[in-house]
Design a binder for this molecule. Structure first.
Ligand code: FAD
Length: 298
């Protein structure tokens, strides 16, 4: 099923992201993670992609496993940094052969050891990838967006112009980078509307369960760490179980507020932690609807 149809049909769409294990780790470990995530009954599961093609076969293998074993639509991420047109065409043929019709089209970050210039083969921006995917098959295509602006873009207004280009190139929906202050998302949604961006925007939520990682992630991505969350991380950071509980509570509150304010699609960055996803879904069982309520026990 196409994700755009799910988003249009459901009062609220709830989805999860997982990442493939490193090449030396057996896929079976990831299957345990998928099993736990599948029990939270997400409407779809997205699978990340190693920029530059590393680990890409695993993305497809895992996406196929999600669809065949659980009947849950998979969203396979695909990056174009350092890729040739032939690389992309062959990835698309593989996806088609595995019956994967939903793709999150990304530029990706410059792989380690390459300069930005070396990383441009046939693609400079994600919008070029979106065009090629749309031209080569009946895919539902999502793309990334950044409520606080993409870290490389000096002017936020330019970033929104670039986002509009992606939509004009045919992307069907957008998923946001994580944000910890809902007001930032609401302001961003107004700006996208003003720009004529009319595709659904899925709100990406990351539960903060590890205080040491969060400062680094915020620095790298340009995400604002609100004082309230900073205080929570400082207070509970030394106790992993307390931090986990606080992070689950914070993400739950964020989602309740988003849905109350009319946001229709929530994407959970699970960091491959099914217990965290299950706790959040359990907290939201009455809000997300019965299909999540019935299956959330992990
Ligand atoms: P683009 O849309 O191409 O934008 C990149 C930069 O170029 C931005 O600063 C933009 O403003 C600028 N730009 C775009 N078009 C133009 C133009 N025409 N002229 C001038 N400037 C322009 N990375 C991975 O490696 N694997 C993943 O699986 C992955 N999943 C992600 C999922 C989500 C939901 C998000 C939000 C990010 C994900 N990323 C992933 C990270 C992403 O690859 C990086 O943020 C990357 O730096 C930008 O990718 P993009 O697709 O947004 O690029």
């Amino acid at each position: 099923m196409k994700i755009i149809d799910l988003i249009k049909r459901n009062p609220v769409t709830f989805s999860c992201e997982i990442f493939p294990p490193k090449p030396h780790i057996p896929l079976d470990e990831c299957k345990i993670v998928i099993d736990g995530i599948a029990k939270t009954a997400p409407d779809f599961i997205s699978v990340t992609y190693g920029a530059g093609g590393g680990n890409s076969k695993r993305t497809m293998e895992i996406a196929e496993h999600i669809q065949t074993r659980y009947g849950i639509p998979a969203l396979a991420h695909l990056t174009c940094v350092a890729a040739s047109k032939e690389d992309v065409s062959s990835a698309l043929r593989l996806l088609q052969s595995r019956n994967i019709t939903n793709i999150l089209a990304l530029r990706g970050d410059v792989p380690q050891g390459m300069t930005a210039q070396e990383a441009v083969k046939d693609y400079r921006y994600a919008c070029q990838l979106i065009q090629d995917i749309k031209a080569q098959g009946d895919f539902c295509v999502g793309a990334a967006c950044y409520p606080e602006g993409h870290i490389e873009c000096a002017r936020k207004a330019d970033d929104i112009d670039h986002l509009k280009q992606k939509v004009d190139c045919g992307c069907d929906f957008l998923t946001t980078q994580m944000f910890f202050d809902n007001q930032i998302l609401y302001n961003f949604l107004y700006k996208t509307l003003a720009k004529g961006i009319d595709v659904p925007i899925v709100a990406g939520i990351m539960p903060v369960t590890n205080s040491s990682q969060i400062k680094r992630i915020c620095q790298l991505s340009g995400t604002c760490l609100p004082e309230r969350l900073g205080t929570i991380a400082e207070k509970f950071g030394d106790s992993p179980p307390a931090m986990k509980q606080a992070g689950i509570a914070y993400a739950t509150e964020q989602i309740v507020d988003l849905i109350a304010n009319g946001v229709k699609a929530i994407h959970l960055y699970t960091m491959n932690k099914p217990d965290v996803a299950a706790a959040i879904v359990s907290n939201l069982s009455q809000i997300l609807g019965s299909r999540h309520k019935e299956k959330h026990t992990v």
